[in-house]
Design a protein around this ligand. Structure first.
Ligand code: CTP
Ligand code: CA
Length: 232
């Protein structure tokens, strides 16, 4: 067994992470979801814990074991994820949003299973927008003093099928966060490796193809450096 000796770069820090997809029910047996596996977020939770942080992982429906020493809250819908995150965020120094949150949910939830029998037409569903969890956390008031409750240092993810840098820059501005981590999706969904692009107001830097835990450790080191530089 080989221990991984990562310096405790995040000792004394609290890190909040969202991971996985959300599930937006249509009726008791169906819903809208996506192909996010949660692997990147769980790897970041593990890496942050290795770096000495106290970690709270808010997970959508995924099939992954909880990393050792990490506190985990399971949620299903975007609104449940929103409520869990907003309740905890002001007590955390870092928020890393890796979850693939459903942008929309069915406007109404059918109490009973929607039956095919007797229908002439396929049903249609009205959708309504979900809260933007990352943007809301980024709008919290900053802490009044070091260590006081308030807005954590916010890191967003952007999974894009094309024009990664362009979309990442657009999200940086629109969400009002200091760092966006871009990756090409859906090619990376469920895979064990990935390549990341760190995008901030100054520019961008690639973290080349590696397994997700290696990338997670590099990202945690990057975040720790930014906090040490006074960005948090
Ligand atoms: N995010 C969130 N809450 C949402 C939607 C997104 O917290 N309702 C977070 C994601 O976890 C990610 C970042 O915002 O860290 C970007 O998500 P993304 O889906 O790429 O951005 P959107 O603003 O939803 O834009 P689009 O889906 O159109 O690309
Ligand atoms: Ca989205």
């Amino acid at each position: 067994l080989v221990a991984h000796f990562q310096p405790k770069l995040l000792a004394g820090r609290r890190v909040l992470i969202t991971a996985g997809p959300t599930f937006e029910p249509i009726d008791p047996v169906r819903g809208i979801t996506n192909l996010s596996s949660g692997k990147m977020g769980f790897a970041i939770a593990r890496a942050a814990r290795e770096a000495g942080a106290e970690v709270l992982l808010v997970a959508g429906p995924v099939h992954l074991p909880t990393p050792r020493g990490v506190r985990r809250v399971d949620v299903r819908t975007a609104r449940e994820m929103h409520d869990a995150v907003l309740a905890a965020a002001p007590r955390h120094g870092v928020f890393v949003a890796t979850a693939a949150v459903a942008d929309w949910r069915p406007a109404t939830l059918s109490e009973h299973k929607i039956k095919k029998g007797g229908r002439k037409l396929a049903p249609s569903f009205e959708l309504t927008e979900n809260p933007d969890i990352l943007a809301e956390v980024a709008r919290l008031a900053p802490p009044a003093a070091p260590g006081a409750p308030g807005r954590p240092y916010c890191v967003g993810f952007a999974a894009e099928s094309h024009d990664l840098l362009h979309h990442a820059r657009e999200k940086l501005a629109r969400k009002g966060v200091p760092l966006i981590v871009g990756n090409l999706g859906p090619a990376t969904f469920g895979r064990d490796d990935n390549a990341l692009l760190l995008v901030d107001a100054q520019g961008h830097r690639a973290l080349p193809q590696a397994d997700k835990l290696t990338l997670a450790r590099a990202l945690v080191a990057e975040i720790a450096q930014r906090l040490a530089d006074g960005e948090g």
